[in-house]
Design a protein around this ligand. Structure first.
Ligand code: F6R
Ligand code: MG
Ligand code: MG
Length: 372
């Protein structure tokens, strides 16, 4: 059923890469483009872009079918399934890695791929940024998304622009207990930070406007929060997340959306999903993780949405102004690497639960005796 609002769906999966876990093979992107073009010709979607961030194949779709549309999720699933066949025929590494459940049953969530979707009434001009990360987890978005919508030292508009002065609503998920809470910024700023600072458990899922020109029920930012290990029950790679953020005219300006990434904060992931390391903002050319399978990357593509079609992309971190951040990230990567297998480079035991380490430790358990 066609509806008036526009939906942006970003759905991604690691279905195989070359070599090892480095980068999506161009053939897989071609296969995905073929599927997307067919869906566009059939009127299922209005527009699309296919890209990658490291070993993750990224489908960016615009349509009018709303979030959680079975048709759109099925299209993404079929695309990944078909891509997996090609990945297998090329003997790519980790072919079909993120397709954890066999049969599609209406919604791709909980099946392995990551999903970030926004449905909104298009403004006269509608800028959006699609963020894609590799070798990290959904909580990596907590700090930058908080800064965009909650930190007046980062987003000047929170102070200067009367239409942003009231602040925003944060929808925060407890991904361990499967509960969620809505919180008000700035009124509950300290409580919000008390939660989202624990980024392996509490993640920002969506941001909503509070007052002003924008409909308060239409989210202005959404982050994928799928946790592969929770679905598979064991380590099957990190949950490299994606996000969609709307910008300008009562929302953070495009530069305010990007500004938090000028600080290469520490995120968990990197080698074997088991290490803390800096998040490096990169252009598409550098969206491939090589050093120690990292360090973790973030790619940002900017679009204007025009009547549910996509104008762009512009590769937003392809800007020398982010060179110092990249240099700092490389410097931090060196510093962290020198800790070798020691915390805090290696993740704390609580976060290693879903890696291969418990198997190593269980072998030693019978050798432990009582302490004096
Ligand atoms: C991190 C990642 C890689 C792999 C590592 C070992 O998200 O995907 O760092 O964990 O290359 O991979 P396997 O166990 O497939 O040899
Ligand atoms: Mg991989
Ligand atoms: Mg990946």
């Amino acid at each position: 059923m066609a509806r008036k609002k526009t939906t942006i769906s970003v759905i991604k999966a690691d279905i195989g890469s070359c070599p090892g876990h480095v980068v999506v093979h161009p053939h897989l992107e071609d296969v995905a483009c073929g599927f997307m073009q067919e869906a566009k010709d059939d009127g299922l979607i209005n527009d699309f872009r296919v890209t990658h961030c490291g070993d993750d194949l990224e489908l960016i779709m615009s349509h009018r079918r709303g979030v959680d549309s079975e048709d759109i999720h099925k299209l993404a699933w079929k695309t990944f399934e078909e891509g997996t066949k090609h990945a297998k025929s090329l003997k790519l590494y980790g072919a079909g890695q993120d397709l954890l459940i066999d049969a599609f049953s209406g919604n791709i969530k909980g099946m392995g791929p990551g999903v970030a979707e926004l449905e909104f009434t298009e403004r006269p001009a509608e800028p959006i940024v699609v963020f894609m990360m590799d070798k990290t987890e959904p909580g990596a978005f907590n700090l930058p998304v908080f800064r965009m919508f909650g930190d007046p030292f980062s987003t000047a508009g929170l102070v200067i622009d009367p239409s942003m002065h009231a602040g925003f609503m944060f929808e925060i998920w407890d991904i361990m207990e499967h509960k969620k809470v809505m919180m008000k910024s700035p009124e509950e700023l300290y409580d919000i930070l008390a939660l989202i600072g624990a980024k392996s458990r509490f993640v920002i899922k969506r941001i909503f406007p509070k007052k002003g020109k924008l409909p308060p029920k239409e989210a202005v930012a959404a982050v994928s929060t799928e946790k592969l290990a929770h679905i598979a029950g064991e380590y099957v790679g990190k949950d490299d997340p994606v996000a969609v953020v709307r910008a300008q005219s009562g929302l953070p300006a495009l530069g305010e959306v990007l500004e938090p990434f000028a600080f290469p904060h520490l995120v968990s992931g990197w080698m074997r999903g088991s290490h803390n390391g800096p998040l490096m903002p990169v252009s598409l050319t550098d969206a491939k993780c090589t050093r120690f399978d990292g360090p973790p990357r973030v790619l940002a593509l900017g679009f204007q949405v025009n009547d549910a079609t996509l104008v762009g992309p512009v590769d937003l971190f392809d800007d020398p102004a982010f060179d110092p951040t990249r240099e700092k990230a490389a410097e931090i990567a060196d510093y962290m690497r020198r800790h070798g297998p020691f915390e805090p480079h290696r993740l704390p035991l609580s976060e290693m639960e879903y890696t291969t380490l418990p198997k190593v430790l269980s072998k030693l358990s019978s050798r432990f005796g009582a302490m004096e």
